[in-house]
Design a binder for this molecule. Structure first.
Ligand code: 5GP
Length: 175
C-alpha cells in the first residue's frame, strides 16, 4: 500500500503554536539572554522558527546525538556525534527538541549538559507523547501533546523522508 500522510496539525496551527511559545519564553526570560540548543536533525525547523519569535537576545548552538537501541525504541545510551561548539557555563540554556517520546535520550542528554554548569537549563519540545514515557523528564514548554502515533513533518522523518513537510502528519499505509 502506498504511504499517505494524514494531517495532524496544519502549517497555520503549528505557526500559531510556535508564536505562542516564543511569546511565553520571551516573557519568562525578560531581561536575560537565552542560549538555544538544537538537537539535530529533527529540531532544526522548530528551533529556527522559534528563534524568530523570541524577542530577547538569542544565541544558538547545535549538537547531534545517536541513541543505541533495538530499532523501535531508544536505549538511552547516547553517543554524541557532534558536540556543541560553545561552553554552557553561566548561560541560560533552553534545550529545543522536536519530540519527547520515552524520554530516554533526553534524560541522558540533560544529565551530560547539566555537568557543564549552565546558569539554568530548561526544555522546550514541539511535541510530547506522555503516554510513551519510560523515564521521567521535566518539560518546561510543550507545543502539543499527542497520542501514541508516529508523526512526520516539520523536521521529523520517516526513514529520512518527509522532514520538509510544512505541517505535522501521521504516515498511513505503512505495513
Ligand atoms: P526518546 O528517547 O524520547 O524515546 O526518543 C526521542 C526521539 O525518537 C526523537 O528525538 C525522535 O528522533 C524519535 N521519535 C520519537 N517519536 C517519534 C515520532 O512519532 N516520529 C518521528 N519521526 N520520530 C520520533
Amino acid at each position: 500500500m502506498a504511504e499517505r500522510i494524514k494531517v495532524m496539525f496544519s502549517e497555520e496551527e503549528v505557526a500559531q503554536k510556535v508564536e505562542e511559545l516564543g511569546r511565553k519564553i520571551s516573557e519568562d526570560y525578560a531581561g536575560k539572554e537565552i542560549h538555544l540548543i538544537c538537537v539535530l536533525k529533527g529540531s532544526v525547523f522548530f528551533v529556527c522558527e522559534l528563534a524568530k519569535r523570541i524577542t530577547i537576545p538569542v544565541s544558538m548552538d547545535f549538537m547531534s546525538v545517536s541513541s543505541y537501541g533495538d530499532g523501535t525504541s531508544s536505549s538511552g545510551v547516547v553517543k554524541i556525534a557532534k558536540d556543541l561548539d560553545e561552553a554552557l557555563e553561566g548561560k541560560d540554556v533552553l534545550v529545543v527538541e522536536d519530540i519527547v517520546d520515552t524520554g530516554r535520550t533526553l534524560s541522558y542528554l540533560l544529565e551530560i549538559l547539566a555537568k557543564r554548569k549552565p546558569n539554568s537549563m530548561k526544555l522546550c519540545t514541539l511535541l510530547d507523547k506522555p503516554s510513551r514515557r519510560v523515564v521521567d523528564v521535566k518539560v518546561d514548554y510543550t507545543g502539543f501533546q499527542i497520542p501514541d502515533e508516529f508523526v512526520v513533518g516539520y523536521g521529523l522523518d520517516y526513514a529520512q523522508k518527509y522532514r520538509n513537510l510544512p505541517y505535522i502528519g501521521v504516515v498511513e499505509g505503512v505495513e
